[in-house]
Design a protein around this ligand. Structure first.
Ligand SMILES: Nc1ncnc2c1ncn2[C@@H]1O[C@H](COP(=O)(O)OP(=O)(O)OP(=O)(O)O)[C@@H](O)[C@H]1O
Length: 248
């Protein structure tokens, strides 16, 4: 059984660039509720404030909310990319994340070399490594670009490779940013079919999105954030309605 549990989760970012007094003052005045000076006298923005929730097997959760609400920060905190400054996150289950296409990739290596590096990282034996390579190469459909250093890839090509790599191995918990649904039409069709299989196999899906249709189509629950706090958490229909009513 997979599980994600957050207790009083708090994430803050220091605003180092706010050395200029006037700018600091202006910003503090505008966003007083979210910007504070911490114990070390640093100006910090509260990205997530005392979040409490529990996500269990079978939950497919859409993280929704306006710009700056904290969706990406929460997704990244769950993936272990950001360290909470307060509270705790408990995760049970193997995580697969489709958050940052370049994460875990070596930009100087070719696509094929990146697949092999991932196989090494996952401790796959030779047969599993060969199977992974064959599957990712076929799915990504990058042709001879597979043998070109990935720093020469377009954004779309990098998404294809990242998507193929991340979805080749079935995770129990899948964390996803909506822009992984972007790309050219032929890839989107392929990606959606692949994702459908993955989502039906993954015990938990968490997807950060602005697109209420994506939320409704993929999720059964929504957590709505506003200015770093949870303002609604429940079945996807009513939570999406509350969001639409507010932005109408
Ligand atoms: N690396 C960072 N450094 C400083 N502040 C950050 C950083 N990342 C996020 N923030 C701040 O944290 C808050 C939450 O941002 P976050 O990106 O999580 O929101 P979001 O809901 O994903 O927004 P969007 O829909 O615009 O992508 C914002 O106030 C943002 O300015």
């Amino acid at each position: 059984m997979a599980l994600i549990e957050a207790n009083d989760l708090r994430v803050e970012f220091p605003l180092y660039h706010l050395a200029a007094r006037s700018l600091k003052k202006r910003l503090l005045a505008r966003a007083a509720a979210r910007v504070r000076t911490d114990e070390s006298n640093r100006v910090v923005v509260s990205a997530l404030r005392e979040l409490n929730f529990r996500i269990s097997s079978g939950d497919r959760v859409a993280l929704i909310g306006r710009n700056g609400a904290g969706k990406t920060t929460l997704l990244r905190s769950l993936a272990g990319i950001y360290e909470p400054v307060g509270g705790r996150i408990r995760i049970e289950g193997a995580i697969g994340s489709l958050i940052d296409p370049a994460a875990g990739m070596d930009m100087d290596s070719t696509g094929r070399e990146n697949i092999r590096l991932r196989a090494l990282y996952r401790n796959l034996d030779e047969a599993a490594q060969a199977a992974l390579e064959e599957e990712v190469v076929a799915f990504a459909g990058l042709g001879e670009f597979m043998d070109v250093p990935i720093k020469g890839y377009s954004a779309g090509m990098l998404i294809r490779l990242a998507f193929a790599l991340a979805t080749a191995m079935q995770p129990q918990i899948l964390l996803m940013d909506e822009w992984f649904m972007a790309g050219d039409a032929s890839f989107i069709d392929k990606a959606e079919a692949r994702l459908a299989t993955l989502v039906s196999g993954a015990e938990i899906l968490v997807i950060a999105t602005h697109d209420m249709d994506i939320a409704r189509r993929w999720c059964n629950r929504a957590i709505r954030l506003d200015a770093g706090r949870i303002v609604a958490d429940g079945p996807v229909g009513p939570v999406v309605e509350s969001m639409l009513a507010q932005t109408a």
